[in-house]
Design a protein around this ligand. Sequence first.
Ligand code: ADP
Ligand code: MG
Length: 471
Amino acid sequence: MASSDQEHWSRVKERLHAEVGDDIFQSWFARMDLERIENRTAWMSVPTRFLKSWIASHYTDRVLACWQAEVPEILKIEVAVRSAVIKSAVPKAKPQEAVEIGRETRPFRPETTDLRAAYGHEALGGSPLDLRLTFETFVVGRSNTLAHAAAKQVAVARRGEPVMFNPLYIHAGVGLGKTHLLQAITWTGNNGNERKVLYLTAEKFMYGFVSALRTQTALAFKEALRGIDVLVIDDLQFLQGKSTQAEFCHTLNALIDAGRQVVIAADRAPTDLDSLDDRVRSRLAGGLVVEMGALGEELRLEILKTRVAAARHYHPSFDVPGPVLTYIAKAVTHNGRDLEGAVNRLLAHNKLTGQPVTLEMAEREVRDLIRPQEPKRVKIEDIQRIVARQYNVSRADLLSSRRTANVVRPRQVAMYLAKTLTLRSLPEIGRRFGGRDHTTVLHAVRKIEGLVSNDTMLADEIEVLKRQLQE
Ligand code: ADP
Ligand code: MG
């Protein structure tokens, strides 16, 4: 090959790098080589079939455009899988395919319990589990009955049984028991009914995927995931990066289509996962979506009791009188993590000083865990519903393109409330209001801001709406 071809290729790569960014470039193109240029076609190669098909389906136009910017005569690009042995023999596809199959598409071996052992890759292990987070220690109350029942159902299902809801998507604020439920599913599922349950945090999924690609075991990683009966992904809101999301979507579809169970937890509803694209969002919303609400006082008291009982298992002398438990359940309202913290402090104090747990000591120890109630998470749907009701229009009117005055004002008010009461961005709000442009939202927000400073009636109306939404 002419050395000028390689020079062109370096520049094409630079262009590509600049266009797609480092993350994507490293994931998909870092190991792409130019084989030759022939008949106005640039022949390139990559080490795995997976990379080849991914690049072909997602980046063909991109790569071609970069080539044409550099060498306008190029009309076409071709990507082949290169053999580890015969690097220059690109067009002879057959023997290379054979090599690929031999090396990468080993079937998943269910008898091997450790995926790492099966594939020699650290990325394929699950995230660590906490021994205490089981169904036995999970307290059921009004706010989590449905989530608990669905989780239980998923955990005890047997291999080959039809999957009832897929994916199961559980969302709730911080410390309300998402991780607890997900890990309980994992423990139960792996204990007994011959299914393989893999628990991964979204970060682990990202890390596993990207690093697997870098070490050329992408296909093994995908194969391993597909050998899983139940895939459990925690904290999905942390899933970032276009290529990881695309891969997540791929995996999700493959698993669901194959009748495997997927369980997901996140701190918000699928529709509020702003950074995910529409297809993923709708796929996620297509199963069973369950929200867990704040822990009620009774539930908090029960959680405290189980925590104390667990502690007493190792520290039999540790005792927390009833009134202290009641006090903490009333005062520490925030979340399960703070309840756990409160018990740990009482235990530490008791162990270190030898003093019994009293109400006075408890008040001192948990003082900083008593926080003002966090403002309620306001949802755009609720805003639309309440504004529509207030102004006697329908929610569909608010989302429609109608421009009559009786719809325009309520719509502007609703957009204004969405901007001031939620953390959603302008484009996101526009999307949720019938796919409007962010400039329209901005205009609405400014308009209402301008009006409320003079129009006290409107200002009062908005105050009332805000109060309804926040209580
Ligand atoms: P999240 O993942 O939703 O942020 P976690 O599952 O980590 O919350 O829960 C935080 C703490 O509260 C954990 O110690 C967990 O065991 C406890 N907890 C939350 N809900 C419950 C519950 N219903 N029963 C028992 N413990 C709970
Ligand atoms: Mg969690």
